[in-house]
Ligand binder design. Sequence first.
Ligand code: AMP
Length: 597
Amino acid sequence: MSLLYNEIVNTYEKISSTTSRIMITEILVNLLKKASPEDVDKIVYLTQGKIYPDYVGIELGVAEKLMARAIALASGENYDKVIQLLKTKGDLGMVAQEILTRKKQAGILQFIQEEEKKLTVSEVYDTLVKVSKASGEGAQDIKIRLLTGLLKKATPIEAKYITRTVIGTLRLGLADMTILDAIAIAYLKSKEFRQIVERAYNLTSDLGYVAKIALIEGIEGLKKVKIKPGIPIRPMLAERAETEIEIIERLGKSFIAEYKYDGERVQIHKEGDKITLFSRSLENITHHYPDIIEKFKDKTNAESLIVEGEIVAINPNTNEMLPFQELMHRKRKYEVEKAMEEFPVILYLFDILYLNGEELIDLPLLKRKEILEKTIKTDEWIRFAEKRIINNIDELLKFFDEAVSSGCEGIMCKSTASDSIYQAGSRGFLWIKFKRSYQSKMVEPIDVCILGGFYGTGKRAGKLGGLLVGIYDPKNDVFKTICKVGTGFTDEDLDNLPKILEPYKIDHKHPRVISNIEADVWYIPAKVIEIIGDEITLSPIHTAAYNLIRNGVGLAIRFPRFTGRFRDDKRAEDATTEEEIIRMYKMQLKKIEEKSS
Ligand code: AMP
């Protein structure tokens, strides 16, 4: 027999009137103890205000107005009055409770009080599932009919909570960890076993399922819970380090550093031909990246696997990485196709958690990396995260500058010790993130000289897609590169540029150009354009101010954009000078110090 819905409602009421975590856990334990195997998972989802674990991606999705109509129909109240009351109360749950109470007192509504007709958890849950599944033509009517039916059977206080659940405003604020504690106490008899419950949760991301196993099979059942492709694993998270010294202290001699890409984390699951992508918050994001799915398909012979990586948007013309905001276009259903062309993405893989029926999370990192590299074939679009073995602070700082100047947020340092397992669902010091501690906007644009060009890809294949630009060093009378720029140009600009640059085209690097980068076409330094970026960064690649700030590095512009101004009024030698850019960089540092002091 399913539990009465009223029991959950009593729990909601008690939880809302306390802030003590111990009390809340106790209240939940009491509820769980009353649950039967048949509805324990439903009870857990409902206490979270859900009907499924998040990764399933099915939401009730009922708008407030629709629910207001159901309340009006169930109570016989005028719809406008329901809306009016909503405006004064601000909570449709309270509105439902008040209207039903009033109608009941006036004897207009009869509440079915017989024991066998009271609402059960299963009845509420199953009806909500039907509501969530109604789709297509007539879906609204079906939803209203189902909800009206439910409200007619509900007591006023039940109606309050049904309403809040349906429109997604239950917000009891129950932490996952509190529910895990309650499961351990209720079914395993002690909080001591919390870790076993937590492990099962980290591997399945489903509290309802974990509660069910705990109730039916106890500790042994939980220990047997396994990773399953298609069901997301709660991701491992990194701790933060403030200084490079702290990293070395914590990780000792045994670690690698990787680029920390500024994109979207993704867990890729393959089961046979089916490929599913999950976000860091375990949302199913498969439909955001049809291009990745297509490209990933033939990259492995594995029957089933789970790998992790970061998806980064790039400018197709220059291959520069773009800030993660550009991935927002992927979130809008009707923009995905367009975004695929305008903002293609690269997947940088950094871990493997499962392969052909075997869990790999308890293997040390280097072993996992070895398996990852053997399992996946890479190409231009699917790559491994850039990594380096680090032996000292100098190497660490150099790699950091390289990462930042390539458009990354910083680096991830990862332990390679024998205990460097994949800690699903937890944040620890086996992974340490080291980001730029400063963030300062570049306030002034600079004038740069066009030194070379790159051909684009996709729509712009074979045409000019980006430029190699530099500043002027008057002491040596040379031009030194400071960045590649491909953003901020209109299609028209890009079509006109080859014509403008044609007279300056040469088949080799000009002797007055100092560059470590090979351009597709070279130009005589002549044309000046204005650009702005997010900030001036250290760079081991670009030659501007090379060795002048620190040995082995120069300066670059992070996320540069063409401002739209061709500086035909300037000669090449009037471009921003090396001295000026050094001054700007130092000013930027000073501002950061002022901000942080
Ligand atoms: P944060 O979001 O600042 O806590 O940093 C952790 C996030 O960095 C992860 O969730 C990933 O999305 C992202 N990330 C980028 N590159 C890497 C990498 N090489 N290894 C692990 N995480 C990475």
